[in-house]
Design a protein around this ligand. Structure first.
Ligand code: SF4
Ligand code: SF4
Ligand code: FES
Length: 305
C-alpha cells in the first residue's frame, strides 16, 4: 500500500485573494481512506484554514461534491487515490476553496411545482398504485449533488438556466403520479427535455446510479408522445426528416422543423452558444456524399413514399 497521499488542492478566498492557487499536502495513507478523510486530516493536522463541505458523510445531503482529478464525485463516497487534484465544482460561485454557492441551482431544481391533487381534503389512507410507488423511488434517490450537472453537455451548451438534469428528475417524479394535476408535459418541454443528448455521461458520475436517460428522460419523452405529434412527436419526426434529408443529425434543422421559425427565433441565444462552441451545422447545407446509404438504412423520405 502507498504510504503517503499527495494531494494538490484549489485554494481561493474571493475576499482576499487576487487569483486562485494550488497548495500541495502529504497525508499518511490508511486502508479504505475516503477523499473526505484526506481533507479532514489536512484540516485537523496541517491547515485549519482549508474550507470544504462534509456534512452527512452518508451520500445523503449531496453537499460534498467536488472535482476529484477532474471528475465530479462525493468526498464521502470516493476512495482516495495516491495522487489527487481536488477542485470545486466549476460552474458555481466560489465561497472559499472547495466550497461553492449551490443556492442558484437548488432554487431552480426546487422551482418545480409540488404534487397537486384534484380532490381536497385527501381521504386517508390514500390508494396509490404499486407501479407508481416503484417509479417514485427513482427521483427520490436524487440527492441534488450536482455531479451530473458538471458533466452534462446539454447544460454546458444551453446553461443551467435552460437545462438541468436534476430538475427533470423532479418533474419525472411527479409526472408518474396519477394523483398529480400539474401539466408535467408542458413543464418538461419548457425545461428543454428534448435537448438531452442521451449520452449517459450523467449516469457514470451519479453516486446513486440513477439511470437518468431511461428512467427520467425516456419516461418523460414517452409521456409527451401520449399527447400526440403536436408535442414530443414533432421532435422525433424532425430528427428523422433531417437525417433522411442530409444524412446527419442537425440540431438547427431539428429546431426549425420541430418548433417552427417563431420559437426557433426565440431560442436564438442557444443558437449563438452552439455557434460559439463550433457545434452549429447549417440546416441549409448539402447532404453527405453517402446519403443513399443512410436512406437505405432508415427508410425513404416522406416524398419518396
Ligand atoms: S444523458 Fe442527457 S442529461 Fe445526462 S449528461 Fe447526457 S445530455 Fe445530460
Ligand atoms: S441525478 Fe445523481 S448525480 Fe445528478 S444530482 Fe441527482 S444524485 Fe446527483
Ligand atoms: S457529506 Fe453528505 S453527501 Fe457527502
Amino acid at each position: 500500500m502507498v504510504k503517503e497521499i499527495t494531494v494538490s488542492i484549489f485554494r481561493y478566498d474571493p475576499e482576499s485573494d487576487k487569483h486562485p492557487s494550488y497548495q500541495t499536502y502529504s497525508v499518511p495513507s490508511k486502508e479504505r481512506m475516503l477523499v473526505g478523510d484526506v481533507l479532514e486530516y489536512i484540516h485537523e493536522n496541517l491547515d485549519g484554514s482549508l474550507a470544504y463541505r462534509w456534512e452527512c458523510r452518508m451520500r445523503l445531503c449531496g453537499g460534498c461534491t467536488i472535482l476529484i482529478n477532474g471528475k465530479p464525485g462525493l468526498i464521502c463516497r470516493e476512495q482516495a487515490e495516491p495522487s489527487m487534484t481536488l477542485e470545486p465544482l466549476p460552474f458555481l460561485p466560489i465561497v472559499r476553496d472547495l466550497v461553492v454557492d449551490r443556492k442558484s441551482l437548488l432554487d431552480k431544481i426546487y422551482s418545480v411545482p409540488p404534487l397537486t391533487r384534484q380532490k381536497s381534503p385527501v381521504r386517508l389512507p390514500e390508494p396509490i398504485a404499486h407501479e407508481v410507488i416503484l417509479g417514485l423511488r427513482v427521483p427520490r434517490q436524487c440527492v441534488q449533488c450536482l455531479a451530473c450537472v458538471a458533466v452534462c453537455p446539454a447544460t454546458e451548451v444551453l446553461t443551467a438556466d435552460l437545462f438541468l438534469p436534476p430538475k427533470l428528475i423532479q418533474i419525472a417524479g411527479f409526472a408518474i403520479d396519477d394523483r398529480d394535476t400539474v401539466d408535467r408535459v408542458q413543464e418538461s418541454e419548457e425545461s428543454n427535455l428534448f435537448d438531452c443528448a442521451c449520452c449517459h455521461a450523467c449516469e457514470e458520475v451519479c453516486p446513486h446510479e440513477i439511470n437518468i436517460s431511461e428512467k427520467v428522460i425516456t419516461a418523460l419523452r414517452n409521456k409527451t408522445y401520449e399527447h400526440g405529434i403536436g408535442r414530443g412527436g414533432r421532435y422525433i419526426k424532425a430528427f428523422y426528416d433531417t437525417l433522411q434529408a442530409k444524412g446527419k443529425v442537425n440540431a438547427s434543422g431539428i429546431l426549425l422543423r420541430s418548433q417552427g421559425y417563431l420559437r426557433a427565433i426565440m431560442k436564438a441565444p442557444q443558437g449563438i452558444r452552439l455557434i460559439a462552441r463550433g457545434k452549429f451545422v447549417s440546416p441549409f447545407g448539402k447532404p453527405i456524399p453517402d446519403i443513399e446509404d443512410i436512406r437505405t438504412i432508415i427508410g425513404p423520405t416522406e416524398q419518396e413514399k
